[in-house]
Design a protein. Structure first.
Length: 309
């Protein structure tokens, strides 16, 4: 019996949709992407995903029968057991969609769906910064703040498949309103737009980007350094809760804002050492994600391979 060595990983994002053919060792054989919003509605986007998946199989000289499965990560709440997407962040028109079933109809290939940060966590646990860690918590910093948990090589989703949502831990009940409707969530302090707003006020400059904040910090700008320190400490408030409750071996941090490097990591580690329980605080490894923009497709491919049950 022929062993199917390849799976297809798909990372459905609000800006771009990435698709890759991935080998069993996590190596990307071929990768492509297209603008998500170039397709005006859900049927058009699903058709585009199916078409690109077939295209990548053909370009690699394979038959459909040689592909074990398709995995897809989406930025929203998912019932991974049934393959249902309850809703998607920043992509309208998606509510209670059985994406697994719809893609299987289009492709004839078994398809599994999960939250994108869960799949990033799975990729980092198996092939990236958390490789060989028995327990891992993965955080992604961007427009939102997401989290994913991997224990003994498997995604932990929780009772309602919503485990890991560090972005919506409230660290100040009187704090600013979050997009989820509650106040003082980690995301309301650490999300991209909040950081930029704070930087515009402190640095007295409009239209600033996280990259520009980091550039200014590298030049010794005290306000810029303080912004990243403050951001790190608000993230630390959420991670102290994670560490005290879950006691992970490794915390992997990814997303666009980690370009700030030690301007975030140094104060974050200091805050955790000072505020988390002494033994887990001393032993937890806090590291930068290694797989970058490929983490989503690699994790999705692993899901399809059945490694992330």
């Amino acid at each position: 019996m022929e062993i199917k060595k390849y799976t297809i990983g798909i990372d459905l994002g609000g800006t771009n949709t990435k698709i890759a053919l991935v080998a069993a060792n996590g190596r990307i054989v071929r990768r492509t992407q297209f603008p998500t919003k170039a397709h005006k509605d859900k049927p058009a986007l699903i058709n585009a995903i199916a078409s690109e998946a077939f295209g990548i199989i053909k370009l690699c000289g394979l038959k459909k029968s040689q592909v074990q499965g398709i995995g897809i990560g989406v930025p929203g709440l998912v019932d991974s057991k049934r393959g249902v997407v309850h809703y998607l962040t920043n992509i309208s028109g998606w509510k209670h969609v059985n994406l697994s079933r719809e893609l299987e109809k289009k492709t004839g290939i078994k398809t599994r769906v999960d939250n994108d940060v869960n799949l990033m966590a799975l990729a980092e646990a198996r092939f990236g910064a958390g490789r060989d860690s028995a327990s891992l918590f993965c955080v992604t910093l961007g427009t939102g703040v997401g989290g994913g948990i991997v224990i003994d090589g498997e995604i932990y989703r929780g009772n309602t498949q919503s485990a890991g949502e560090i972005g919506h831990i409230s660290v100040d009940p009187e704090g600013p309103k979050c997009n989820c409707g509650r106040k003082g969530c980690v995301e309301a302090y650490v999300g991209n737009s909040y950081v930029v707003k704070r930087a515009e006020q402190k640095m007295r400059k409009k239209g600033i980007t996280p990259e520009q904040i980091t550039k200014a910090a590298k030049k010794g700008d005290r306000a810029a350094m303080d912004i990243w320190k403050e951001t790190a400490e608000y993230l630390g408030r959420g991670l102290v809760i994670v560490i005290n409750l879950f006691d992970p071996e490794t915390i992997v941090i990814g997303g666009g804002m980690i370009g700030a490097g030690e301007f975030i990591f140094k104060p974050l580690r200091g805050y955790i050492r000072k505020n988390a329980l002494i033994v887990p605080a001393a032993r937890v490894k806090i590291v930068k994600a290694k797989l970058g923009n490929n983490a989503g497709v690699i994790g999705a491919a692993e899901l399809a391979r059945g490694m992330g049950n």
